[in-house]
Design a protein around this ligand. Structure first.
Ligand SMILES: Cc1ncc(COP(=O)(O)O)c(C=O)c1O
Length: 324
């Protein structure tokens, strides 16, 4: 099998061997893209394995499912428990986490309602998404000829499988044209986001990112970076950004669960800043990695530890955080 896989997959509450976790070819999701999903990460911190903002990811999953009228039977706690149990069952220390809710097998036709709402949780190892050197050297991107979805067509706020047809067009074009990633504009010509990342620009020390209404996915890394940037004293704004803001910025970087915080060194072959990772990007990268590596107190409560035997460490950390 090309995909090495991980031991067990959670499917509707049962733990199934990776090789047996199949759906029928007549499942609605295969024909009509009727799935919503999440992508989160568990990190091996010195204090134990910890999921980053698992609650926010599971909340977004439930919201995506709500938009598509395919609510699953689990509440927020139920989802978090299912993810943690799947990680424990696979004895993973660090992993990428992919919960998915999809329309299963009953009837084919555009109407999804006759089909069951099924769910699964997959885990696998996923290293640096945009390449090993990218975190320091940055990557070259192009503005895509493909726009993101127009308002009231496909909901950009939902992390739905269907939206990734658009992402795949953006990514394929970028790769074919010799770039690492594509940045899409919205249908009004303003900057939206990468095929799988949100984007930030830095200008005169201020940190700017497109608002939710610029056809972006409301990224959890984006939200975390805005919070960390404010913690560090930067001015942070959501701003509608014209394409040329990318060419004139001091720094540009993209963020996401897979890409983490990756600098952009050129846009359409126009060098960003001095063509290297800028100081604001570096400071935010460091702040982000310090949190996910458990090297600073978890002051925002973003880490959920996985293994009960590591719980005493968690209690210790809580007590330390509470000390004046
Ligand atoms: C289209 C798109 N935008 C933004 C993001 C970043 O979101 P997050 O930080 O929640 O991973 C992703 C991540 O998967 C994405 O696919």
């Amino acid at each position: 099998m090309a995909f090495p896989g991980t031991g067990k997959i959670w499917m509707n509450g049962a733990l199934v061997d990776w090789k047996d976790a199949n759906v029928h070819i007549a499942s609605h999701v295969i024909h009509y893209g009727s799935a919503v999903f999440e992508g989160a990460r568990c990190y091996a911190t010195p204090k134990g394995s910890a999921c980053f903002r698992l609650d926010a990811h599971m909340r977004r999953l439930r919201e995506s499912a709500r938009i598509y009228r395919m609510e699953y039977t689990l509440d927020l706690d139920g989802w978090m428990t299912a993810v943690l149990e799947t990680i424990r069952a696979n004895q993973m220390k660090a992993c990428y986490i992919r919960p998915i809710v999809y329309r299963g097998y009953a009837a084919l036709g555009v109407n999804p309602f006759p089909n069951p709402v099924d769910a699964a949780i997959l885990l696998w190892d996923w290293g640096t998404y945009l390449g090993k050197d990218a975190l320091e050297a940055g990557v070259d991107v192009k503005v895509s000829t493909w726009a993101r979805m127009a308002p009231n067509t496909l909901p950009a706020m939902a992390k739905s499988a269907a939206n990734y047809a658009n992402s795949a067009l953006i990514k394929m074009e970028a790769i074919t044209d010799g770039y690492t990633e594509g940045i899409a504009l919205d249908v009004f010509g303003n900057v939206s986001e990468g095929s799988g990342q949100n984007i930030f620009v830095v200008r005169d020390g201020a940190v700017l990112t497109p608002p939710i209404a610029s056809s972006i996915l409301g990224g959890i890394t984006r939200d975390s970076i805005m919070t960390l940037a404010r913690d560090l004293g930067f001015t942070v704004s959501e701003a509608v950004l014209p394409r040329e803001a990318l060419y004139t910025a001091d720094e540009v970087f993209v963020v996401g669960t897979a890409a983490e915080v990756t600098p952009i060194r050129s846009v359409d072959r126009i060098t960003v800043g001095n063509g290297r990772r800028g100081p604001v990007t570096e400071a935010l990268q460091r702040a982000f990695f310090d949190v996910i590596n458990g090297e600073v107190p978890d002051s925002h409560g973003w880490l959920t530890y996985v293994y009960p035997e590591e719980a005493p460490l968690r209690a210790e950390a809580r007590a330390a955080a509470a000390r004046p």
